[in-house]
Ligand binder design. Structure first.
Ligand code: GLU
Ligand code: ZN
Length: 489
């Protein structure tokens, strides 16, 4: 039987690492098995539904390249399944359960239910929840004019178990399962449990890969499958994703929504590769995998029981790796939006700016971990930068007078900077540093600060050449003037 899996998000918030990990594992499992990957939008909770969350879901799937194979209108790029468009179906299936005596209408008013809850709380009652008041109600006693909810008859005794491919057998006493949960609300909308089970069955889902937080729903879902007389899919609850402190990954640890990662300039290749390792490994050693490799190699057998630890530094390192693989054209298309966003270049860029971007790519490529860093790294190439405070121009163990001297000598050494090799320039600076009795670093730092406005920049001589001698010397002269007047104080 061919594998059929689904990602079934509820659009109530932005896509986060945990959700995307579930989506990715389902996608990769389907691809590696030549199976089918389905996207199903579980939007029946109309109070928590958010339109922006739905848009973010599509953006994220698109950005990560997680394409699904099937939907209500199949062929080409298909629509996903959307539960709110399938309401009649859930009503029909809830009706079937009532007919077979596995479910029943409950007419209790919200007032009765909240009074019941208050009473249970007050008595510190061991039993909390619905008291099954309508479970054995004679249909002729049903109050008129009240639209009932439909509840599942959960057996009072015994236990329900299911096998999880990763966790083994999970058993729950039936009395600990929610007492007769609602399947269909009085507004005709299904609850998560009903819609989820009906759809997994109708869509022929063979394996359910989802986060461990859904384990508690497992026994209830198994009861539902049984009530319908259906066979349940195989379950594989995925290990937790944690922060470095062993707590569930959350805002406290850093960014969690995919949108935030995108804004910082992570590339999808790095995200897909890194997220694939959150709870899965190939041989415990190898870390870099292309998408094509993952689509071949992914197996359920290699999912770990232990939680995946989300390491921000490592993801950044992966990102640098994938940035370095980009061609000039690809990297250009990736960084221009960041330069525009940060006001470094015009939007759209002028021809001169375009040309500068082309020229600078080889030297930023090696140093870039996050695309967003390109703005601070290269602003000096596009704009006149403010001179940093004197403390950032004057090297250690030097004063303003010495720094002025360094700048004056450096300017002379740079006379033929456009044509001289890096090695030639460097040995020249080194010789001059010896002569002045300072370190090479002390010789270069004032030049870097004066020209780029920052202590860090791409490799210095290449940066200077990109900017051009005229502007380099002008900025150095400006710093020299400041140092000279400082020295006089
Ligand atoms: N709609 C549920 C969610 O938001 C689906 C859980 C499941 O995969 O069964 O994650
Ligand atoms: Zn009732």
């Amino acid at each position: 039987m061919s594998v059929r899996v689904r990602y079934a998000p509820s659009p109530t918030g932005l896509q986060h690492i945990g959700g995307v990990r579930t989506a990715l594992f389902n996608y990769l499992f389907a691809r590696s098995q030549g199976g089918t990957f389905i996207l199903r939008i579980e939007d029946t909770d109309r109070e928590r539904f958010r339109q922006d969350a739905l848009e973010d879901l599509f953006d994220t799937m698109d950005w990560l390249g997680l394409s699904w194979d099937e939907g209500p209108i199949t062929g080409g790029s298909c629509e996903p399944y959307v539960q709110s468009q399938r309401i009649d179906l859930y009503t029909e299936y809830a009706g079937k359960l009532v007919e077979t005596g596995n479910a029943y209408p409950c007419y209790c008013t919200p007032e009765r239910l909240s009074a019941l809850r208050a009473q249970q709380e007050q008595n510190k009652s061991a039993f909390v929840g619905y008291d099954r008041h309508c479970r054995d109600l004679d249909p002729t006693d049903a109050p008129g004019g009240v639209k009932p909810v439909i509840r599942l008859k959960v057996p009072l005794d015994g236990e329900t178990a299911f096998t999880d491919l990763l966790m083994g057998t999970i058993t729950r006493a039936n009395r600990d399962i929610s007492p007769d949960p609602v399947l269909l609300k009085s507004d005709g909308f299904p609850t998560y449990h009903l819609a989820n089970v009906v759809d997994d069955h109708l869509m022929g889902i063979t394996h359910i890969l989802r986060a461990q937080e859904w384990i508690p729903s497992g026994p209830l879902h198994v009861l539902l499958y049984r009530a319908f007389g259906w066979e349940a899919p195989k379950y594989c609850h995925l290990p937790m994703v944690m922060g470095h402190d062993g707590q569930k990954l959350s805002k406290r640890h850093g960014s969690t929504s995919v949108q935030e990662f995108r804004e910082q300039g992570y590339v999808p290749e790095a995200m897909v590769n890194y997220i694939s390792l959150l709870g899965w490994s190939w041989d415990g050693e190898r870390e870099f995998f292309t998408r094509e490799e993952l689509e071949k190699l992914f197996t359920l057998e290699k999912i770990n029981k232990a939680p995946g630890v989300f390491d921000y530094k490592k993801l950044e390192w992966f990102n640098g790796h994938y940035i370095r693989q980009k061609s000039t054209k690809e990297l250009k298309d990736l960084i221009i939006p960041f330069l525009e966003r940060d006001g470094v270049i015009a939007s759209p860029p002028s021809p001169e700016e375009q040309e500068m971007v082309d020229r600078m790519i080889p030297i930023v490529r090696e140093r870039l971990h996050l695309l967003k860093d390109v703005s601070d790294m290269t602003r000096f190439l596009f704009q006149d930068v403010a001179l940093p405070p004197a403390s950032e121009i004057i090297p250690k163990k030097c004063d303003a007078a010495v720094t002025a001297d360094i700048l004056a000598h450096a300017a002379a050494l740079l006379e033929d900077m456009d044509t001289a090799d890096d090695e030639v320039l460097e040995s020249r600076f080194r010789a001059k540093a010896d002569e002045l009795g300072v370190k090479l670093g002390a010789m270069l730092m004032p030049v870097r600060s004066a020209v780029t406005g920052s202590k860090v920049s791409p490799p210095l001589f290449e940066s200077l050449r990109l900017l051009g001698k005229q502007r380099v010397l002008l900025r150095m002269q400006r710093a020299l003037d400041v140092m000279t007047s400082e020295a006089r104080k």
